[in-house]
Design a protein around this ligand. Structure first.
Ligand code: 5RP
Length: 222
């Protein structure tokens, strides 16, 4: 199986995690795109979706799925029992690096508003220690150099993502070279810096379930 076939298999497996009649939280990225395609085939069994990016929203609508505003859903006290999203890396504690597609801020928001975080990955995303994948950090444009200098003090090598603007109008610094021994501490620390919107460490709130697609089938953890 190639990587796309594995991503598709993980996406297909996530259908079994959904709650019939409920709103679904939907992440972003190529693995989630496969999930949205499957979701379109069972759209009558869900009450709509809350989306984490403009790209995912467009794909959901193309497949006839109603995209609901998170503010409306929360104000109405409607639950989002399951959030489905991919990851760039995931460790054995189900802590993740996310943001390869630049949607990390809205992903973190929708995940926070949801019940069970179901992460869908192919086996290449499994790591012992987070940080081989450059850590994305969404930054307010005027704070770019301030935040970059602090990331260098941590031992990182930040590079601005060329030609990219987030759905929130900000930029992304991709930070190579960080040794992430304590993901929660690093997430907490970087999040506190003025100018940082979101750091792509999802460690304080890790995934609840990961579905790992391997050539011999789906592994569900824990
Ligand atoms: C987007 C993300 C994605 O979930 C992550 O980049 C994985 O993407 P893909 O499924 O394409 O490998 O965090 O911001």
């Amino acid at each position: 199986m190639n990587q796309d076939e594995l991503k598709r298999a993980a996406a297909r497996a996530a259908l079994d995690e959904l709650v019939d009649g409920a709103i679904v939280g939907v992440g972003s990225g190529s693995t989630v795109n496969f999930f949205i395609d499957y979701l379109g085939e069972r759209r009558e069994r869900i009450a709509g979706a809350v989306s984490s990016s403009e790209k995912s929203s467009a794909r959901l609508r193309e497949r006839g799925i109603e995209v609901l505003e998170l503010n409306d859903v929360v104000a109405a006290g409607r639950p989002i029992p399951v959030y489905v999203d991919g990851a760039d890396e995931i460790d054995t504690g189900l802590r993740m690096i996310k943001g390869g597609g630049g949607a990390l801020t809205r992903e973190k928001i929708v995940a926070a508003a949801s019940g069970c975080f179901v992460c869908i990955v192919d086996a290449s995303k499994l790591v012992e220690r987070l940080g081989a994948f450059p850590l994305p950090v969404e930054v307010i444009p005027m704070a770019r150099e301030l935040v970059a200098s602090r990331l260098r003090e941590l031992g990182g090598r930040p590079v601005e993502r060329a030609g990219f603007v987030t759905d929130n109008g900000n930029l992304i610094l991709d930070v190579a070279g960080l040794g992430i021994d304590d993901p929660v501490a690093m997430e907490t620390r970087i999040n506190q810096w003025p100018g940082v919107v979101t750091v792509g460490l999802f460690a304080s709130r890790p995934a609840d379930v990961v579905l790992i697609a391997k050539p011999d089938g789906i592994e569900r953890r824990p």
